[in-house]
Design a protein around this ligand. Structure first.
Ligand code: ADP
Length: 494
């Protein structure tokens, strides 16, 4: 629960971008509308940045990296990021209202989207302050006699951070704060649908921290070409991106000509293998909740449920009951756990995929459309589809809606084969009464991360990365910090 009490707390966010230390409008002054998905009303505007604005931001970040002290002064970075942490903490109720306004996520479930990322700012500040940037690996034999080698961990340079709309404040922090603490300078390009979680961060950095001009920039825009300009700019050394696999491919291609380091966290189509000895009454209600709680707009959601044929009907009944009773509605009303989809386009995409599932022979167990009681706002009923063909579109494409597909299997080997039958490899889940058996299955899933019996793999202190077409590199953990560092090996006399 949170402190927001009003029935509707709609609040417009900061309109201006942060470029080279100044809060500014777009070159030419254009703005674009930001919608509240629960009311379908325009809540306010944000600067519609241009490719010229992006070029200015990149050159400011370049100058701040090449000529400033930021990359060399870890104590100063610690000081600045602790200031940022304290300022975000002071403004968290404001940030929460702006977040719910632009995303439409229920206020009840914003702890992981506001409190958690704010505490992660402190985590990275302390982690970076204590990090061992110089490691002496001792003497190494060479043809010319022994050489001492030291590993000097240095920031990569200018980092372009491109973020999506599903958990925007969290991802803005997750993509930029470890990069900043490691000594990089940053240009953040938030998603079109959720620019304010980025522009608010820019305003707070400008007004309430000593972060020097150019070190952190935010360019909002309604045009994909502005993100594309960032990912192609020769002044950028690294791109960190969270979003769709299609956009990830475009970003990789755009960075190829200047060989940019690229950290990608992309789409998923994760499977939940429910073994035949699992306690359905604990694992399946949780699976239903995970599908609904962010309206299914989560890349790590295990959206494909694999049930043993011997207990198929029993499993479907538990899932159906859990989805039909899910508290959905106005995101400002405490207690509601599912809000609308973020936009009309996204809702249409979800409904279209449900239709395609039915056309390919899936059986509708519950949901499937727009709830009659919620005609305004982009709501979709929690939806359960059974008998889903593992090769069908609904089993292969990321839905990003409150939809679970269920496929029966015979034996653990078949379950694993179905789970692995996807181009994605982000996450997954196994449920079983026998943890060793579940662990053995988890190790055979070709995916980046696995949860067993609801015990989450995801956290700031553990590496998180996708395999196959779900990503490159890691966030979180030691590996997540080191992504923003280059290791320079220095050979020297004894
Ligand atoms: P969606 O399709 O759900 O909007 P995307 O993965 O396309 O999700 O968008 C995530 C982020 O990528 C957004 O900030 C968007 O502006 C940005 N983006 C979209 N296309 C490109 C591109 N070609 N190059 C760089 N960034 C892009």
């Amino acid at each position: 629960m949170t402190a927001v009490e009003s029935d509707s707390g709609v609040l417009a966010g900061e309109q201006r971008m942060l470029i080279d230390g100044e809060l500014v409008g777009a070159a030419g002054g254009a703005v674009f509308d930001v919608e509240h998905p629960a009311s379908e009303e325009v809540a306010g505007q944000c600067a519609d940045g241009t490719v010229e604005d992006m070029a200015r931001a990149v050159s400011a970040a370049r100058r701040a990296f090449d000529a400033g002290e930021w990359s060399r002064d870890v104590q100063f970075r610690f000081h600045c990021l602790m200031q940022l942490h304290d300022a975000l903490d002071r403004h968290k109720e404001h940030l929460r209202r702006v977040l719910v306004t632009e995303v439409g996520c229920p206020v009840t479930v914003t702890g992981s989207q506001i409190e958690d990322p704010i505490s992660e700012v402190k985590h990275w500040a302390e982690y970076g302050r204590d990090f061992d940037y110089l490691v002496d690996t001792g003497l190494h034999n060479t043809a010319l006699g022994p050489a001492r080698r030291k590993l000097h961990h240095e920031p990569v340079g200018v980092v372009g951070a491109i973020t999506p709309w599903n958990v925007p404040f969290y991802l803005n922090i997750a993509e930029t704060v470890p990069a900043l603490m490691a000594g990089n300078t940053v240009v953040l390009k938030p998603a079109q649908l959720t620019p304010w979680s980025g522009s608010e961060l820019g305003r707070i950095v400008a007004e309430e921290t000593d972060i020097p001009a150019g070190v952190f920039n935010v360019v909002t825009s309604n045009a994909n070409e502005v993100g594309a300009a960032l990912s192609a700019d020769p002044g950028v050394d690294m791109i960190t991106f969270t979003g769709s696999t299609a956009t990830g491919r475009a970003i990789l291609a755009a960075g190829a000509s200047t060989v940019k380091k690229t950290l990608l966290e992309l789409g998923g189509k994760s499977a939940h293998i429910v073994l035949d000895d699992a306690d359905f009454n604990s694992s399946l209600p949780l699976a239903a909740m995970m599908a609904c709680v962010m309206s299914g707009q989560s890349c790590i959601l295990p959206s494909r449920i694999l049930l043993p044929r011997s207990r198929y009907d029993e499993g479907l009944a538990v899932l159906k009951a859990s989805m039909e009773n899910f508290p959905m509605g106005d995101p400002w009303t405490p207690g509601n756990m599912q809000g609308p989809q973020i936009s009309a386009t996204q809702r249409q995409k979800v409904l279209g995929l449900i239709e395609s599932g039915l056309a390919s022979g899936a059986r509708l167990v519950t949901g499937g459309g727009v709830p009659e009681s919620l005609p305004v706002g982009y709501y979709v009923q929690p939806t359960l589809l059974a008998d889903v063909d593992p090769d069908s579109t609904i089993a292969q494409e990321e839905i990003f809606g409150p939809v679970l597909t269920v496929t029966p299997y015979d034996g653990d080997d078949e379950a694993i084969a179905i789970a692995n039958n996807t181009i994605y490899g982000l996450s997954g889940e196994v449920s079983s009464a026998d943890v060793d058996r579940a662990f053995a299955v988890a190790t055979r899933m070709r995916t980046g991360n696995v949860t067993i019996n609801g015990k989450s793999h995801f956290g700031i202190d553990s590496p998180f990365g996708g395999t196959k077409q779900s990503g490159l590199g890691y966030r979180n953990g030691t590996q997540g910090y080191q992504e923003y560092l280059h290791i320079k090996t220095i050979g020297m006399p004894e």
